[in-house]
Design a protein around this ligand. Structure first.
Ligand code: HEM
Length: 459
């Protein structure tokens, strides 16, 4: 019987046991390592590429089952947590390179068009303005991750040596950065990775996540689709990769300037752009909101705001990208269907090791797993983040998302001098934004392990 994708699952369930050995890791839950290389590959000849897949990829990727076992072993101290995580995805051009039959190639038209074809709808810079490495069309991306940067270096050199004569390679290195309390942050200094749809209910239990006002459980169908090239029940996921460069200096100047304009502290000004304080504390349940110590609080929604936004501005990054029931959808489930698991990692120099705020060369390697690129990642970016009218109707437009919004915006963001007081509204013209620049990316498909074995078999 094919697996039912309409529910989340637990790792002790029969459903998990059935799908996890053939499903690659990182989709159901994050690989969680702070050091990861993303090795982009363009093979030279199908014959040598197939032989590489057979020897180095097919039987060596970390399945969801193995990922779960590794994490159990680490928790029970059976392992030191230094096992390498590996995952392999193909672009549409990669599938064509291996001359895979059309019926065995994932059918999503947006995937087949590649990220370049979506530059218009996403309002991305033209490809000529992307980093040189992303002006090439890559066949595949291999993620290699480890807790130890030294082990990661060794494993990556080993693979690079194998690829040396048979492919062109480009590596993007991700390095997790943390604040003084040990929480993961992004380069503007805010705690990241708090709110996720959880396909594995274990994560809700283990994280003791409260679910009274926001339930993060999500059906498998949010990320998984049948893999037409694998075994009969094989599953895979569309994988989004985008290199997003952050201009930290410009962002911090804008925060300070905004604080002056609306007569608040820099902390409060920044929180109105992100929707959370640097510490992670969200603006909604706190009265009045305080920067406070690190917080992973995620059990809130915007219902109490009615049609206004003086507690958390409509344009705030986390409200644009997850309106939690205020996005104008008849059914909450319809709104939630646009969300997806995010798996990004920061890149560039750790802010702890520098005294200057960088204007570039640091940022986020944004990664996400989708079951439908058009209605998930692309919808969130273009119909929510870039859309000055979203969410909420009253008194719009509300401006673009100041963190990731792209495109023309004459103004519309409004900030508040006093939390919860609609009369303290101040409009900012032009809207704040353009602190993040898309430097290149691609759509991939992360196939089943049975499919990878089948490519290797025909070598
Ligand atoms: C450099 C770029 C980005 C930065 C600095 C950034 C930063 C953040 C931060 C600080 C949070 C709050 C932590 C959390 O709730 O997990 C967050 C949440 C989130 N971000 Fe981003 N982000 C970036 C790119 C993106 C992109 C490209 C998307 C999607 C198109 C996105 C979607 C989301 C979503 C869905 C949430 C969770 C919202 C919620 O459920 O409340 N982010 N981001």
């Amino acid at each position: 019987m094919p697996i039912n994708l309409n529910n989340p699952i637990h790792s002790t369930s029969d459903a998990f046991k059935k799908i996890a050995p053939d499903l690659q890791g990182n989709i159901l839950s994050s690989h969680g390592r702070d050091h990861a290389n993303h090795v982009f590959i363009r093979f030279k000849s199908p014959a040598s590429a197939r032989s590489f897949i057979k020897k180095e990829i097919a039987g060596r990727m970390t399945s969801a089952a193995k990922q779960k076992q590794n994490s159990k072993d680490f928790k029970s101290r059976k392992s030191n947590g230094l096992r390498t995580f590996k995952n392999f995805s193909l672009s549409h051009e990669g599938y064509r390179f291996f001359t895979i039959e059309d019926g065995q190639i994932p059918s999503d038209e947006t995937f087949r068009g590649g990220m370049v074809a979506s530059i218009g709808p996403l309002r991305d810079p033209t490809q000529a303005d992307w980093e040189k490495a992303f002006q090439k069309n890559w066949h595949a991306v291999l993620i290699i991750a480890n807790k130890s940067p030294t082990l990661l270096k060794i494993r990556t050199s080993f693979l690079r040596a194998k690829l040396n004569n048979i492919a062109t390679v480009h590596v993007e290195t991700g390095t997790g950065i943390r604040n003084n309390e040990g929480a993961h942050i992004e380069h503007f200094g805010y705690v990241d990775g708090i709110s996720q749809p959880h396909l594995l209910t274990d994560e809700i239990e283990e994280g003791k996540i409260a679910t009274n006002n926001w339930h993060p459980a999500a059906p498998l169908s949010l990320a998984l689709v049948p893999d037409p090239g694998g075994n009969p029940d094989a599953l895979g996921s569309y994988f989004v990769f985008r290199k997003l460069e952050q201009n930290v200096k410009a962002f911090k100047l804008a925060e300070a300037d905004l604080a002056q304009q609306i007569g608040t502290s820099v902390d409060v000004a920044g929180s109105q752009m992100v929707g959370r304080f640097r510490s992670g504390t969200p603006l909604i349940p706190v009265e009045p909101p305080q920067p406070g110590p690190a917080s992973k609080m995620n059990d809130f929604n915007y219902d109490g705001e009615g049609s206004t936004d003086s507690k958390c501005p409509f344009h705030a990054h986390i409200r644009k990208t997850n309106p939690r029931g205020t996005g104008g959808f008849e059914l909450r489930e319809d709104e939630k269907a646009h969300l997806f698991p995010r798996r990004g990692i920061t890149y560039g120099k750790d802010p702890k090791n520098t005294s200057i705020d960088p204007e570039g060369d640091v940022g986020l390697l944004f990664m996400a797993y989708n079951s439908n690129l058009k209605t998930q990642f692309e919808f969130m970016q273009s119909s929510w983040a870039n859309n000055t009218g979203f969410p909420g109707q009253a008194g719009g437009p509300h401006g673009i998302d100041p963190i990731i919004g792209q495109g023309e915006d004459a103004g519309g963001q409004h900030h508040y001098e006093k939390w919860g007081d609609d009369t303290s509204k101040k409009r900012i013209k032009p809207s704040l934004g353009n602190f993040v620049t898309m430097r290149g990316g691609e759509y991939f498909f992360t196939p089943s392990i049975s499919f990878l074995k089948s490519i290797g078999r025909s070598s």
